[in-house]
Ligand binder design. Structure first.
Ligand SMILES: [Fe+2]
Length: 389
């Protein structure tokens, strides 16, 4: 009998390969929050195969998803529902300082035929494991955030650095560049991002600063699809409380023609266009009205006992003169994997610069008394505490 079964299995084996198993339609990454403000948030996730997606949500009132129909906001652009594997839904017109409950949904699209689309199953996060976010308070005078840099896809390091963060007191997290090493496949991103989702990103937003390593890899030009960048650029601003955060993109660290880039990069003109954007920004009301201005920029313009590379020089010559003139309170960098504090130096950097170690996190608090930056290493030891008034 056993021999007979083996014979039958072998007989049908060639035919089984003609009917490949369909990949099950599941949510495989996320949800993770992006750009959570006083009245807006973007919720992102991915599924194994293509679908359309939406978010249902309500103000936290002790009720549940089964009490009544909830508003549905679809992932759509230009009036068309987005069909894809990467899903981003932006909720707008929210109330400030309000706790919301949300649930994500995706409906599989097996065939995109416009007249006769073929849908598969609908999936969602469990209504029994509710997810929450709380919109920012209007006119808040206190901001707290956590900064990490140069994690290079090291999920266990991210976990260790963030394990004793006081999340109730944390408004958002910033990755100050090189979260990735090379972006050749989706998993390169999610090896670290899944850990962020497990720890905080379902409820607190993650801001991405593009480091030079995020520009590398065969799908590096797809990075923007996975995140919501407020001005749809890798250089952008966001406001928290009375602080304006400016995120700069320093691009690659060597000359564009370097053999390492295989003739595929063009950062010098990109940084020049960024200069124009920065010049317009410092003339804006949001710049002039901010109580504090903090700049994130992956490649430091200066670093002690390190001879400059082309990327350093570009940041130094293109961005720093504008920031020197405009006046900012602090620049936070990474890239070197070594800590340094560079105090204001007239004629070079008219603002202090902190360069982060890749084995530390920084707890940053800003209020009317000034900025406090505490650097904590992976063993929870406080390495430095700096205050800027
Ligand atoms: Fe770097």
């Amino acid at each position: 009998m056993k021999k007979c079964l083996i014979f039958i299995t072998f007989l049908f084996l060639p035919y089984l390969s003609l009917f490949p198993q369909e990949e099950p339609f599941v949510i495989n990454h996320g949800p993770y929050l992006q750009y959570l403000t006083t009245n807006e948030v973007t919720i992102a996730w991915t599924t194994t195969t293509e679908g359309i997606s939406w978010v249902e949500f309500y103000e936290e009132d002790g009720s549940n998803f089964y009490e009544k129909e909830r508003p549905k906001i679809f992932a759509a652009s230009d009036g068309l529902k987005t069909i894809g594997r990467i899903h981003k839904v932006t909720l707008t017109d929210l109330k400030p300082s309000t706790k919301y409950v949300y649930r994500i949904y995706s409906k599989e699209v097996k065939n995109r035929n416009y007249r006769n689309p073929v849908f598969g199953k609908t999936i969602a996060t469990s209504p029994r494991q509710l997810q929450y976010f709380t919109t920012d308070k209007l006119n808040r005078d206190h901001t707290s955030c956590v900064v990490i840099s140069d994690m290079h896809e090291d999920a266990s390091k991210i976990g260790r650095l963030l394990e004793d963060v006081n999340w109730d007191e944390t408004d958002f997290i910033v990755s100050d560049g090189d979260f990735l090493s090379d972006f050749d496949q989706e998993n390169d991103l999610f090896v670290g991002l899944d850990t962020c989702v497990d720890i905080f990103a379902k409820e607190k937003p993650l801001y991405i600063v593009r480091g030079n390593h995020e520009t590398r890899g065969s799908i590096a030009n797809e990075l923007k699809n996975y995140f919501h960048f407020p001005q749809n650029n890798y250089y952008y601003t966001f406001t928290s409380g009375s602080t304006l955060f400016i995120v700069l993109d320093g691009g690659e660290d060597k000359p564009d023609s370097d053999i390492e880039y295989s003739g595929l990069v063009d950062f010098d003109p990109y940084r020049t266009r960024e200069v124009k954007w920065l010049q317009d920004l410092i003339e804006s009301e949001k710049f002039k009205n901010a109580d504090h201005i903090i700049v994130f920029n992956h490649i430091p313009p200066f670093f002690p006992n390190r001879s400059a590379w082309h990327g350093d020089m570009e940041v130094r010559e293109k961005f720093v003169p504008i920031l020197n003139e405009a006046g900012i309170d602090l620049m936070i960098c990474g890239h070197t994997h070594r800590y340094a504090f560079l105090d204001k130096k007239s004629g070079e950097n008219n603002f202090p610069i902190i360069v982060m170690n890749n084995n530390c996190r920084m707890d940053l608090t800003i209020d009317s008394s000034g900025i406090k930056a505490t650097t904590i290493d992976i063993n929870k030891k406080v390495l430095s505490q700096l205050t800027f008034e």
